[in-house]
Design a protein around this ligand. Structure first.
Ligand code: GAP
Length: 430
């Protein structure tokens, strides 16, 4: 993990938040390459679950919502961690994080009685900080979807089964922090609420588990680093009938990447009750009215990004040196091509290289770099996962060809400038 954290800091993927003030626990900022990677993760998700499907639409609900939303959803009463204090070292920790009856900090075996701690972050709206102006920063994006169920139904005339997808920030006052971006107080979620007839819910649940597992694998995560874990009855959230986690083998151990829950009709029923608005679905053929069941694949953008980074990180011995290479998939690599002049003192080479960069960046993310010798430039691009290096040399001025080097194989080929763009586009779309 230390190597990944160090690479992310050194090359501008992830920085500690407000670092010049000493940082703020469990908050992080994405740097120039990190933001590209994260945007690619979100774009791949959106394409797979919204644009490539006929049964899904998107939504972007606000972070601040009416406080009654959280009463109805059960978060005001039930979104708690049970905390205990170790009597030996006085550290506070989550009761469910105690393994084998021992304090994770000092190994102590005696604890205070568990107390509930609500994880929602509060704020006040308007000029007066009284109870009436209390609002919460949403702890999950899901509720924005449920409260818009009727709006989406009325404006899109959807028939069951169909789903609503959303990507957005969520906030939790996490007690146990650490493990880098795995558990943060401000993070992004990618959530789907998939509405179905109650009798079809179990089948839909199974299908979504398979689809989501395939999504991670298709984007490059090795199968042996992914597994499914079904929740026991005692660990299910208050709204769930069943839940399976997709777990990833992070450097700190197997941990949850995404949860796929059967939320039943809990949320729509609750919001109908608390708002007084009828959120039932009416079948156009039978006229039957009922609350649909909901299957919820709920993942974290930051956790997915961390898993993609961890899985892509490779060290290889090449000609007596260690090559660090991020083998990110084509869709996720922040930069697809780097254009590198072999001699930066030769103005003709530099001009040609800059023109190639300009041309390629119309189609995919491309950078130009002339700040080191070619060997070092290759190593720099390998380390951040750039898919192709395009080198312009003296011969290029004569034969109008450039050297294209592929990141994973390090194979080099001379490609005619006229064909360069189509060659790279073909390779990237294969
Ligand atoms: N709507 C259901 C829900 O929010 P969850 O298991 O609490 O379920 C879903 O969260 C996903 O959100 C998790 O699988 C994880 O990827 C991400 N997530 C949750 N808490 C997080 C945190 N503190 N930091 C980063 N990601 C988090």
């Amino acid at each position: 993990m230390d190597k990944i954290v160090s690479l992310c800091k050194r090359r501008g993927f992830i920085f500690p938040s407000s670092e010049i003030y000493g940082g703020l626990a469990s908050t992080f900022d994405y740097g120039p390459l990190g933001v590209e990677l994260k945007r690619n993760v979100k774009a791949a998700w959106w394409k797979a679950v919204v644009h490539d499907r006929d049964d899904m639409v998107g939504l972007d609900a606000s972070i601040l919502m009416h406080p009654d939303v959280w009463k109805a959803s059960g978060h005001t009463d039930s979104f708690n961690d049970i905390l205990v204090d170790c009597k030996k070292c006085k550290n506070r920790c989550r009761e469910d994080h105690i393994v084998g009856g021992k304090c994770p900090h000092c190994g102590g075996k005696e604890f205070t009685k568990g107390r509930a701690f609500n994880l929602m972050l509060k704020t006040h709206l308007g000029a007066v900080e009284d109870g009436a102006s209390l609002a919460y920063l949403r702890p999950e994006t899901a509720q924005g979807i449920f409260v818009n169920f009727r709006n989406v139904m009325d404006t899109t005339s959807r028939k069951l089964p169909f789903g609503i997808a959303q990507i957005g920030k969520a906030f939790r006052n996490e007690v146990t922090t650490g493990n880098y971006t795995f558990r943060m107080r401000e993070f992004e979620q990618m959530e789907i609420e998939y509405f179905t007839k109650p009798e079809d819910a179990e089948g839909c649940h199974k299908q979504w588990i398979e689809d989501r597992l395939n999504w991670f694998h298709d984007l490059g995560i090795r199968k042996e680093n992914l597994r499914l874990r079904e929740h026991g009855k005692n660990e299910l959230a208050h709204y769930a009938k069943a839940c399976s986690d997709i777990e990833y083998q992070f450097p700190f151990g197997w941990s949850e990447l995404e949860g796929i829950a059967n939320r039943t009709d809990f949320d729509l029923k609750q919001h109908s009750k608390f708002s007084g608005k009828d959120l039932q679905y009416q079948d156009k053929v039978t006229n039957e009215r009922f609350f649909p069941y909901v299957i919820e694949p709920s993942g974290g953008v930051d956790r997915a990004t961390l898993a993609f980074l961890a899985d892509a990180y490779h060290e290889e011995e090449v000609e007596g040196r260690t090559r660090v290479v991020l083998k990110l998939s084509k869709q996720l690599a922040p930069t697809k091509a780097a254009v590198l002049p072999l001699l930066k003192k030769n103005n003709d080479i530099v001009v040609l290289a800059k023109n190639i960069k300009k041309d390629l960046e119309q189609c995919f993310t491309t950078v130009y770099d002339d700040t080191a010798a070619i060997g070092k430039l290759y190593r720099r691009q390998d380390e951040v996962g750039t898919f192709f290096c395009v080198t312009v040399d003296v011969d290029s001025l004569e034969d109008r060809k450039v050297t294209v080097r592929e990141r994973d194989t390090m194979e080099q080929q001379r490609i005619a400038l006229d064909h360069l763009k189509t060659y790279l586009i073909e390779k990237l779309s294969n």
